[in-house]
Design a binder for this molecule. Sequence first.
Ligand code: SAH
Length: 243
Amino acid sequence: MTSPASDLPPLSGRSFAVLRELMVERQIAARGVHDPRVLAAMRKVPREAFLPEPMRDLAYEDAPVPIAAEQTMSQPYIVALMVEALLLQGGDNVLEIGAGSGYAAAVLAEIAGHVTTVERIAALADAAATRLAALGYGDVDVHRGDGTRGWPAAAPYDAIVVAAGGPQVPESLKAQLKIGGRLVMPVGADQHAQQLVRLTRLGEADFKREHLGDVRFVPLLGAEGWQQPEPAGRTARDRDDPR
Ligand code: SAH
């Protein structure tokens, strides 16, 4: 069925494969992501399969795509950048917070040994689990819950990636990282603008912190995140304004 907004026929599986290849070349490799395992994973996972049917034609756009419940599937380049920043070796035990569509979990599963992902919205967690299983990623463990507490049952982790922005890195997540492990997360005092941060656990209480650039993620809502969402467009400065 052709949507009224477009005269173009719907894309076939073969066209999606071509778009995926172009995405890797132009949006990801051209911007400096070079880890061959990350590029191979991004070449393999069918991004369109993680979107609701009416959104599929947007799967390979250079942008985040709306999924459901006001959440988004991250821009392809940002997924690749974050996965590369985890410095996976292959076979790693990985925790993702914010399963959303399940797409990034599939990319992680292509490289890691085991992936646990936690999502606070039940409908998204259920849909992600069903989709991942249908695509052959049945060994990814999808849980519904507050990911700011991590997932202690499968800890410690070689790598933790948080797909939502919080005011600081949750202590529970730091505690579930192996010595030598890496955590990548958007951190910022504003709910709608963050710095991408990588923590490397050097010792029991010793963490190296690196800043990887400016990003915009949906808020991390939970006990060790933001307590409640704020409308987009309001900034930390607006909050401080006495009006
Ligand atoms: N990785 C996803 C993108 C997720 S967007 C993908 O590839 O599609 C961020 C997700 O984080 C949203 O689905 C949101 O519901 C979820 N989220 C926000 N706060 C959370 C929390 N405390 N625990 C778990 N998930 C959370």
